[in-house]
Design a protein around this ligand. Sequence first.
Ligand SMILES: NC(=O)c1ccc[n+]([C@@H]2O[C@H](COP(=O)([O-])OP(=O)(O)OC[C@H]3O[C@@H](n4cnc5c(N)ncnc54)[C@H](OP(=O)(O)O)[C@@H]3O)[C@@H](O)[C@H]2O)c1
Length: 256
Amino acid sequence: MATTSLNVHSVLVTGSNRGLGLNLVKRFLYLPTPPQWVFATSLKTDGAKLKDLNELKSQHQNLVVLQLDVTNPESINKAAEQVREHVRESGLTLLVNNAALRRKGDLETVTAEQMAAKYAVNTIGPHQVSQAFLPLLKTAAQRSPLQGLSCSKAAVVNISSAGGSIEVMLLWEKSQRVGYRCSKAALNMLTKCQSLVYKDYGILCVCIHPGWVKTGTSEADLTEEESTQGIVHVLATLSEKDNGTFVDWEGCKVPW
Ligand SMILES: NC(=O)c1ccc[n+]([C@@H]2O[C@H](COP(=O)([O-])OP(=O)(O)OC[C@H]3O[C@@H](n4cnc5c(N)ncnc54)[C@H](OP(=O)(O)O)[C@@H]3O)[C@@H](O)[C@H]2O)c1
């Protein structure tokens, strides 16, 4: 798939030590025109967790690895400051809120604590991270010569799930994941709210369903590579008309 029209000065991906986040970081590094800065962030910074990112870092000087816990404002603000020191007056072009808690939980047994933990990471996390990086996103939008809204200008991309779609209820028969579904439905609403406010700053906001990917289970439909190649291709095609929408890794609209 062609990804040549995505021309991003800088990108940050949360939860990118493994899974789709790590694979998205690779996709950005291997773009025909790679970003000047790719910020990969990890909740933990111990050697085993960072093995893959450190290997990538040894091959890519534009990759910066940062600690970022999306539930911890101190950690988020520290990461935002470190990003600012790198990008300076260029700002941050693309923020990908990817980090999530995906653990199971059935309606009859899921506890308030388990639901609250998912909401903290999957919904409040993207909100807090977006708030902290907003000044840098605004700067990128202001400095861009591009008209309208696009991911090459400035954008917040929230990685959601069709599991959070009230109409689709993806894989309900396989796994209820009630807390996860509720947190992603709320993330979709957050995206819509962000899109209505951030558009005035020149920042595009979307939520993306990455497909059912073999990060946790081998019976899923897609490899990480297929999903992230699709996502990056879709990012390149998004424009003003897509602001505040919910699309999948192939660019098809997902019902709310
Ligand atoms: N895989 C799928 O089929 C699928 C389907 C639909 C949607 N999605 C969405 O796609 C995204 C990526 O999924 P995935 O399968 O790659 O998930 P994953 O393999 O479970 O990875 C989740 C990532 O989030 C990080 N994380 C968890 N809590 C965090 C926190 N408080 N602060 C910062 N990072 C934190 C994890 O760090 P640790 O390694 O330290 O735990 C890990 O890097 C998620 O938003 C998920 O909901 C995935």
